[in-house]
Design a protein around this ligand. Structure first.
Ligand SMILES: *Cc1c(COP(=O)(O)O)cnc(C)c1O
Length: 377
């Protein structure tokens, strides 16, 4: 800096206003139409969105549900996974993945992750499998699919059902094939901050198995048999996608590719600007095209770095500070340590990233990060 005062910028971690503006008028006019028609749950707008989202993901069906946690829980239940079954899950994930397994009545079986990508590996799955293991949940954490060739091969060789937690990976792909199309089911969240976000809670399950889809359609609606109001043939719940949210999602789906392209450009800029710095971006696999939900670096003295960035106007996040196997409700399922996930929990830092972030902001964040970490001996 040579003593020249750097002008302070304020860089928020996330800004939902610009993506909201892009769909605002269309959403408001369609919402008004719904208010006139008074059909608030189900109906053609939900079906249209489900069909378009399935086509986007490359599956034959998508079933809208209330949120991403329900998508995983109902996905497991629709596949017949529950009491007495073990489900392999990476220790480094958002709590909801593990929560959903327990809510479905099954037992999480934790595995450690790769130190560079922080994603699940086929080797870890092979080492963890027991006679009680029925399924593996592959989490596309931060928006990146892990090596799906080895994971699908390993799951099928071991007789495990593969389920995708694609809550951070709308539009991401592995060798050109989109997230949500690899597993028996793909589970999505449309929480407002996700790459495809509603104006409230929402989620979806993708599948190309018609019988699983039919079961999910019944389960999300009190177990109702198709076309019936009073015949309840499954143990279900209430986890429907409402019309208002389907309208938002349908409008935003048109923009998702452009938004993901912008995220990729910004994430690549971070990567270039941080080359040879002490903040190391999470590794990208050459065959994986990420949705860049989060721009995560690994850095020593993370909490101090985070605080010093905050004092320079840069707001960051941590995904996640505590690995799931160390959380109170889930400790009972861990029979060993998971050193990679544990170390990463103290070193991961998520930099500001959203489709309308400016390149100037990215440069400012990278400069401050280099400054803060470069000042150490
Ligand atoms: C957001 C998220 C979920 C849960 O989604 P909700 O809609 O909040 O229930 C599950 N898994 C991962 C990896 C997530 O990021």
């Amino acid at each position: 800096m040579n003593g020249v005062a750097q002008q302070l910028r304020l860089v928020p971690f996330l800004d939902l206003a610009p993506t909201t503006s892009e769909v605002r008028e269309r959403v408001i006019s369609m919402w008004q139409e719904v208010l006139d028609r008074t059909a608030y749950v189900g109906g053609p707008y939900v079906q249209d969105f489900e069909q378009r989202f399935a086509a986007y993901c490359g599956t034959s069906e998508a079933i809208g549900v209330g949120n991403g946690t329900d998508a995983i829980q109902l996905g497991l239940r629709a596949l017949g996974i529950g009491a007495g079954d073990e489900v392999i899950v990476p220790a480094n994930t958002f709590v909801a993945t593990v929560e959903a397994i327990v809510l479905a009545g099954a037992r999480p079986r934790f595995v450690d992750v790769d130190p560079d990508t922080l994603l699940i590996t086929a080797d870890a799955v092979r080492a963890a499998v027991t006679p009680a293991t029925r399924a593996v949940i592959v989490v596309h954490l931060y928006g990146q699919l892990p090596d799906m060739d080895s994971l699908t091969e390993t799951a099928s060789a071991l007789g495990l059902v593969l389920i995708e937690d694609a809550a951070q990976a709308h539009g991401a792909s592995w060798r050109g094939r989109r997230a949500g199309s690899f597993g028996a089911v793909g589970c999505f969240s449309f929480y407002p901050g996700k790459n495809l976000g509603a104006f409230g809670d929402a989620g979806a399950v993708t599948t190309s198995h018609p019988e699983v889809a039919a079961k999910l359609r019944a389960m999300r609606d009190h177990g109702r048999a198709a076309g019936s109001h009073h015949s309840h043939e499954e143990l279900g719940t209430n986890s429907r996608l409402d019309t208002m949210q389907a309208i938002v999602l349908d409008a935003k789906l048109d923009r998702l590719e452009a938004w993901n392209r912008s995220r990729r450009r910004l994430a690549n800029a971070y990567r270039n600007l941080l080359t040879d710095s002490r903040a190391v971006p999470v590794a990208e696999l050459p065959r994986s095209r990420g949705a860049h939900h989060l721009a995560v670096v690994q850095v020593d003295r993370r909490d101090e770095v985070r605080q010093r960035l905050a004092s320079q106007g840069v707001v960051t996040g941590i995904h996640y500070p505590t690995p799931c196997h160390l959380m109170r409700p889930y400790r009972q399922y861990a029979d060993r340590d998971f050193p990679v996930a544990e170390r990463a929990a103290g070193r991961v830092l998520s930099l500001p990233l959203h489709p309308h972030l400016s390149m100037e902001d990215v440069a400012y964040v990278a400069d401050r990060l280099r400054e803060v970490t470069g000042s150490w001996g």
